[in-house]
Design a protein around this ligand. Structure first.
Ligand code: ZN
Ligand code: ZN
Length: 203
């Protein structure tokens, strides 16, 4: 049996039954196109619904199986490579993008969608660096960075805020001290900037 589908990204046809699952930090992973290596996590809802509407039972069965074993917050291999970088981001598409950007840097990646979740995962994985998207609810209000640093074992964790605010040097200075973070990264995250930061903070 074959199930030929068309890649939403490069339009190449491929057999969904022999494609592998992606390891995006999302609740419902998708399949990877063998031609361009794009999964369809970032395709439109219409594309995804259309795909599953015509998908054979075998694929639905594998999807259910996959759901039972997947850990969306800790994609990829365990034990994690070191250093561990924990990313707090509530937006699904941004988590997928961030994983792409940081995936090649060789660090272990863990994702959290909320502040509470991030604290829990930080205790568990002791990240060397935490990157917090400033649009996550309660990030400022919870005095998040300070709360994190009072945790035993997490005092050395570096914290970077991902933001599109704070354009000038003085705005950045003010935000660094008010929020008690080590660095401000400009959204969207780019591999070079993140890579330099990881090197600089962790060397
Ligand atoms: Zn493709
Ligand atoms: Zn994916």
């Amino acid at each position: 049996m074959t199930t030929i589908t068309t890649c939403y990204h490069c339009q190449s046809p491929y057999d969904a039954l022999v494609a592998s699952w992606c390891d995006c930090p999302v609740g419902d992973p998708t399949l990877v196109c063998p031609s361009c290596t794009s999964c369809f996590c970032l395709a439109t809802t219409g594309y995804k619904e259309g795909f599953w509407q015509v998908a054979p039972d075998e694929l639905w069965r594998r999807r259910a199986e996959r759901d039972a074993t997947a850990d969306e917050l800790v994609p990829g291999a365990t034990p994690l490579s070191r250093p561990v970088v924990l990313v707090i981001c509530s937006d699904l598409a941004e988590r997928v993008e961030t994983k792409r950007v940081l995936g090649g840097l060789g660090c272990g990646l863990v994702f959290a969608a909320t502040v509470d979740q991030s604290l829990e995962l930080a205790r568990k994985f002791r990240p060397a660096l935490l990157i917090a998207d400033d649009r996550v609810d309660d990030l400022e209000g919870s005095r998040f960075a300070r709360a994190l640093r009072t945790e035993t074992g997490l005092a050395g964790t570096k914290i970077a805020l991902l933001s599109s605010l704070y354009r000038t040097a003085s705005q950045r200075e003010e935000a660094l001290s008010r929020l008690a973070v080590d660095r401000i990264l400009t959204r969207p995250l780019v591999a070079d900037e993140a890579g330099h930061l990881i090197e600089a903070l962790l060397s």
